[in-house]
Design a protein. Structure first.
Length: 390
């Protein structure tokens, strides 16, 4: 074997995506695999956990991500049904392709399901974005994170505190590598391609001039069950958003779950205002452009906490906890929970020019995927050589 070739007979790295945030994390990894020396062969598997054909095709196009080699077409279901279906459909993929390892990203059900199959089949598992903890076991994502990290063989972290979390849970430090944040790789790579806010609003049928105001405009996303599945909670959040919208227009990209619950709970009057600009779910490049030029972002999304920190845009996170504490400690993120007074007070501070400026965290430099590729190739090839010598 030469230093520029992959060993004959060694299977590919099976790379798993299941939901929208996974695509943003996987795109730079696949680019780095192709550019690595030696190039790392990869097989992209989409579990179909979240699937909307139009949005799916657009996301692949926006990220210049190759279309999946395999789509398991699992679809929606309860956590148990979805996890079981992914496992059942993923096992034959491993049997057929005999991968050198399985690489999973993030914390969705597909992440845990494919990890369990890999481990039980004796295939090494690699977890990108390991060690993040909210310490809220009511969040399904937290369970997925903890269990995946316990059994994964190689764990790549986005921030140094993640390794401390893992070590406290009994994960050996030799399994962990701090590489930075692949989500930021995608953001920096795609920044020049972002759609302008005017383009996005016009495409949705709005006059782009609607966001021209002395205070600029804000961006809102809400989708977590704890915020949108209870009528009283959703009503109080929409009411405070309506208050803020009277100071600056808010572009509200409505998740289908949120839109359905607004209708189900008869809360339409709380979003019936021209300064609340209701958009359907947006593509990656549209959201990137909206966030980059925003005065403020209000969200319950984990990914947006990271992206606003990288963009230097003040963010108010409408959650009681975060698995991304570095965005609060070093970045532009402030946790306000569902406390309407805290939301109002912090929004006023941002509009008064007193929002967090923050700084970009260590190794959020656009090269995390390259570090993963270099380390992973060496790790796989070292294992292969050790087996040959045994």
């Amino acid at each position: 074997m030469t230093s520029t070739s992959w060993p004959t007979g060694m299977g590919p790295v099976i790379c798993v995506v299941g939901a929208r945030p996974n695509f943003m994390k996987m795109a730079p990894i696949l680019r780095a695999f192709a550019a690595n020396t030696p190039p790392i062969p990869a097989l992209l598997v989409h579990t179909g956990q979240h699937y909307d054909k139009d949005m799916n095709d657009k996301l692949f196009e926006d990220l210049r991500l190759p279309h999946p080699d395999i789509n398991l077409e699992v679809g929606s279901g309860s956590h148990a049904v979805q996890t079981a279906d992914v496992m059942r459909r993923f096992e034959p993929v491993i049997d057929t392709h005999k991968p050198s390892c399985v690489l999973v990203v993030g914390d969705v059900n597909s992440t845990l399901a494919c990890t369990l199959v890999g481990v039980k089949k004796g295939i090494p598992v690699v977890h990108v974005e390991a060690g993040l903890r909210s310490y809220d076991r009511k969040m399904p994502e937290e369970i997925n994170r903890v269990l995946t990290d316990q059994v994964a063989d190689r764990l790549y972290t986005t921030e140094r505190s993640a390794e401390s979390n893992l070590v406290r849970e009994g994960v050996g430090a030799e399994r962990v590598r701090f590489v930075g944040n692949v989500m930021i790789d995608s953001l920096l790579h795609n920044r020049e391609f972002a759609r302008t806010p005017a383009y996005t609003l016009a495409a949705a049928g709005f006059d782009p001039g609607i966001i021209d105001s002395p205070n600029g405009y804000g961006v809102v996303t809400l989708h977590r069950p704890s915020n949108v599945d209870h009528p009283e909670t959703l009503a109080s959040l929409l009411a405070v958003l309506l208050e803020i919208a009277r100071q600056l227009p808010l572009v509200f990209a409505l998740h289908p779950r949120t839109r359905a619950n607004i209708e189900r709970f008869s809360l339409g009057h709380l979003v019936d205002d021209p300064r609340l600009i209701l958009l359907p779910p947006q593509g990656y490049l549209e959201m990137l452009g909206l966030m980059a030029d925003a005065r403020i972002v209000l969200t319950d999304s984990g990914g947006l906490q990271e992206e606003t920190t990288a963009l230097g845009v003040p963010c108010l996170t409408l959650r009681e906890n975060t698995e991304r504490p570095i965005t609060v400690e070093q970045g532009t993120n402030t946790m306000v929970g569902r406390d309407t007074e805290a939301i109002r007070r912090n929004a006023d501070a941002i509009l008064a020019g007193q929002g967090k400026e923050g700084r970009v965290p260590e190794l959020w430099d656009g090269h995390a995927a390259e570090r993963i590729a270099q380390d992973l190739a060496k790790w796989i090839l070292d294992q292969h050589q050790a087996r040959k010598s045994a």
